[in-house]
Design a protein around this ligand. Structure first.
Ligand SMILES: C[S@@+](CC[C@H](N)C(=O)[O-])C[C@H]1O[C@@H](n2cnc3c(N)ncnc32)[C@H](O)[C@@H]1O
Length: 374
């Protein structure tokens, strides 16, 4: 009788070149320049993309990321001298990617960001007149009026999208929530509370103005730092679409992507404040594997069909034998079947050690890197 090898045996080797300890790669390196224009749960670390681009691609080639999220692949491609195309179904992610990857006139950008900060400083604060239910529930009155005033200034500027990201980041920090539950707070925290993160009593935030100013200046510094390292003449293109149907164009020299995984993260919901404040198009119904759908048999089959459709839709736009690199913690071992159904041949499987470090989700886990060829 032949015994099927366990997943553990299949992935016997941890690829040390793809695994970093906290000491090798501290937080500030993982969130260098534009990678931290806004927090995003479920992004991969830029250094992993950098190594994968070096292993499977050459400068001046064109890499595709069909599930581009916060744009890590695109940003790193520009740094490593490649062109990049990405897409996402979540409008906020698309906005974030566009802001990260656009070329800027830094002089104008600095002028505008400093100008908006000065106008915020001059703002006396008035009670917001037409705040939505969400804003009334999640923000203290002063914070709400500062956020809404900032929003009213945005159309005055050429770099309105950069200001939208600053507003979203400040809106995230200024919510009436506990410090330890910034990712998915369930309900507003109105009273002081015992804070697990700071081990003392903390109070919900009252103001937003200091966040707006701090993030405006931080954004400026980060965009400037990225301008120093991005390769000249290389471009990133970003699509807002369902990648099961998108007509990509191409041709592309390969894929690097980390797809959503069933039952883990709701990508629209994690940036709810941004959808509420910026009035972005909500397409969560098309989001593959969203946690809300659960992990029932039906939901899993739907997920697998969805990823197969997404990869099959991208495949005709790839050059012959192009590498398809998938980074995923595939604990249900779904991807060998997915890749086979798409007609991709798995060439390598690595396992990398992920050193998690944030808040209550601290702990260790592993991620798979599957390399297939078209
Ligand atoms: C794991 S995240 C990618 C993170 C990315 N690697 C990064 O570093 O930021 C998966 C992304 O797939 C997107 N997504 C889910 N369903 C989609 C669909 N049908 N079409 C396009 N994108 C989709 C989600 O919105 C999410 O941003």
């Amino acid at each position: 009788m032949t015994v099927a090898p366990t997943q553990q045996a299949l992935y016997a080797d941890i690829d040390l070149d793809l695994s970093w300890s906290e000491r090798d790669l501290p937080e500030r390196e993982r969130t260098k320049h534009v990678h931290r224009l806004h927090p995003y749960l479920g992004k991969f670390i830029p250094q992993l993309v950098e190594v994968l681009l070096g292993r499977y691609f050459a400068p001046r080639q064109h890499v595709l990321d069909p599930f581009a999220g916060s744009g890590t692949t695109l940003v790193q491609a520009l740094e490593s001298g490649l062109d990049a195309t990405g897409a996402d179904i979540a409008a906020f992610n698309v906005l974030l990617m566009q802001v990260k990857t656009r070329p800027y006139n830094l002089f104008t950008l600095e002028h505008e960001l400093r100008d908006v900060c000065a106008r915020m400083e001059a703002f006396g604060g008035t009670a917001p007149r037409s705040a939505s239910r969400y804003v009334r529930d999640w923000y203290a009155p002063a914070a709400a009026s500062e956020l809404l005033h900032f929003r009213s200034l945005i159309p005055d500027y050429e770099h309105a999208d950069v200001l939208r990201i600053v507003l979203a980041r400040a809106a995230r920090s200024a919510r009436r929530t506990t410090h330890f539950d910034l990712d998915f707070p369930r309900e507003p925290q109105i009273a002081p509370y015992w804070c697990h993160k700071h081990k003392r009593e903390c109070r919900p935030v009252e103001r937003a103005e200091h966040f707006l100013r701090r993030y405006a200046l931080d954004t400026l510094a980060r965009v400037k730092a990225f301008a120093q390292v991005r390769a000249r003449g290389r471009e990133a293109r970003v699509h807002h679409d369902d990648v099961r149907e998108l007509a990509w164009g191409g041709p592309f020299d390969g894929i690097i992507t980390s797809p959503p995984y069933p039952g883990l993260i709701d990508y629209h919901e994690q940036h709810r404040y941004a959808y509420e404040l910026l009035g972005l198009d909500d397409r969560r119904g098309d989001e593959l594997g969203r946690a809300e759908r659960g992990t029932s048999r039906v939901a899993m089959a739907e997920y697998v069909d969805g990823i197969v459709a997404a990869l099959a839709n991208a495949r005709p736009f790839l050059r012959r034998s192009a590498p398809v690199v998938i980074v995923v913690n595939d604990r249900r071992d779904l991807y060998p079947e997915i890749l086979e159904r798409v007609g991709l041949r798995v060439e390598d499987r690595y396992r990398r050690h992920v050193n998690r470090r944030t808040g209550r989700r601290a702990g260790e886990f592993y991620e798979d890197v599957l390399v297939a060829r078209s």
